[in-house]
Design a protein around this ligand. Structure first.
Ligand code: HPA
Length: 296
C-alpha cells in the first residue's frame, strides 16, 4: 500500500466530481448506501433510478472484485432520496496505487452532494461463537488493525472544509440509527437472526489463519472483514451519520480440527440467500428515517 500523500486529491477534485454528478441528476440524495460483496441487488430495487458506471465519473475509483458491479445508482428507497454504490473498491485492490484515498473518495463526494447518512453493508466472517451463518450484525464499533498499525485514511494534511484534524470515533456508529434499525428488524420479524457487535478490519485479501482468528476473538471482535472502516472514518470526519451492517457469510475457523475453509464463493452464496431480507430491512429502515431527527 502506498501512502502517496503528495497524490492526495484536493478539495477541488472532490468538488469537480460532485459538480459533474449534480449536473446530470436532479436527485438530491439524503442517504448513501455502500453495497458489500453480493449485496449489490439493493441498488436494483431503487425507484426512479439514474445510473452512472464508475468509469464514466471523473476521478471516481473502480471496482474489480467479482460480485461488485461498479455503478453509482441514484434513486429512491423507502421514500428517501438515495445514492447507492453498487460495488466498492478495496484497499488492497491492485489497481489502486493510492489505497485509502481511492476507497474513501466517494464518501467526500457524497458529503458535497448533501448526503446526511451513510449506510455501509459488508460481508463478514463470524468470530463470535454465538453467531450463525446468515446473521445480520449491526456494527456497534470497530477495531482497525490498519489504524493501530499507523494507517489511517486521514493521515496527511487536514482539509478543514471536510472536518477537524482529530475527529472523535467513539461515536462512529450512531446509537439512534442502530436503534431504528433494530426496531425495523423487530417489525419485520427478523430478530432471531439479528445481532450487534464489533467489526474488525483486516487488510486481506487472504483470509485469516486460525491463530489470527483466535487473536481477534481475544481482542473482542465479533466479526471480521476487509472493508468498511476507512469509509466510516472519512464519513465521520465530515459529519455523516453512520449505520454499519455486516452479513455473517461464514464462521471463521478457530479450531485446528475443523475441515472448513473460508472462500469467496461461499461469501457470495450466503449473501445471495440473505439479500432479500437485507433489502427489506434497509427499505423499512429508510421509511422510518423521516421520524429520526439529526442528533446535535
Ligand atoms: N474473513 C475476512 N473477511 C471476510 C470473511 C472472513 O472470514 N468473510 C467475509 N469477508
Amino acid at each position: 500500500m502506498a501512502s502517496a500523500e503528495e497524490d492526495r486529491p484536493s478539495y477541488e477534485v472532490y468538488k469537480e466530481t460532485a459538480d459533474w454528478l449534480r449536473a446530470r441528476t436532479s436527485q438530491h440524495p439524503r442517504v448513501a448506501i455502500i453495497c458489500g460483496s453480493g449485496l449489490g441487488g439493493l441498488a436494483d430495487v431503487l425507484d426512479n433510478k439514474t445510473v452512472f458506471p464508475y468509469e464514466d465519473i471523473p476521478h471516481f475509483p473502480r471496482s474489480t472484485v467479482a460480485g461488485h458491479a461498479g455503478r453509482l445508482v441514484f434513486g429512491e428507497l423507502g421514500g428517501q432520496p438515495c445514492v447507492c454504490m453498487q460495488g466498492r473498491c478495496h484497499e488492497w485492490d491492485p489497481i489502486y496505487a493510492f489505497g485509502f484515498l481511492q476507497v474513501t473518495f466517494p464518501i467526500r463526494v457524497f458529503f458535497l452532494l448533501g448526503v446526511e447518512i451513510l449506510i455501509v453493508t459488508n460481508a463478514a466472517g463470524g468470530l463470535n461463537p454465538h453467531f450463525q451463518v446468515g446473521d445480520i450484525m449491526f456494527l456497534r464499533d470497530h477495531i482497525s488493525l490498519f489504524g493501530l498499525g499507523g494507517q489511517n485514511p486521514l493521515r496527511g494534511p487536514n482539509e478543514e472544509r471536510f472536518g477537524v484534524r482529530f475527529p472523535c470515533m467513539s461515536d462512529a456508529y450512531e446509537r439512534e440509527l442502530r436503534g431504528l434499525a433494530m426496531e425495523a428488524t423487530r417489525e419485520l420479524g427478523f430478530l432471531s437472526f439479528t445481532r450487534e457487535g464489533v467489526y474488525c478490519l483486516l487488510p486481506g485479501p487472504s483470509y485469516e489463519t486460525i491463530a489470527e482468528s483466535r487473536l481477534l476473538q481475544a481482542l473482542g471482535a465479533d466479526a471480521v472483514g476487509m472493508s468498511t472502516v476507512p469509509e466510516v472514518i472519512v464519513a465521520r470526519h465530515c459529519g455523516l451519520r453512520v449505520l454499519g451492517i455486516s452479513l455473517i457469510t461464514n464462521k471463521v475457523v478457530t479450531s485446528y480440527s475443523s475441515q472448513e475453509k473460508a472462500n469467496h464463493e461461499e461469501v457470495l452464496h450466503v449473501s445471495a440467500g440473505r439479500a432479500e431480507a437485507l433489502q427489506k430491512l434497509v427499505t423499512h429502515l429508510l421509511g422510518k428515517l423521516g421520524e429520526s431527527p439529526k442528533p446535535l
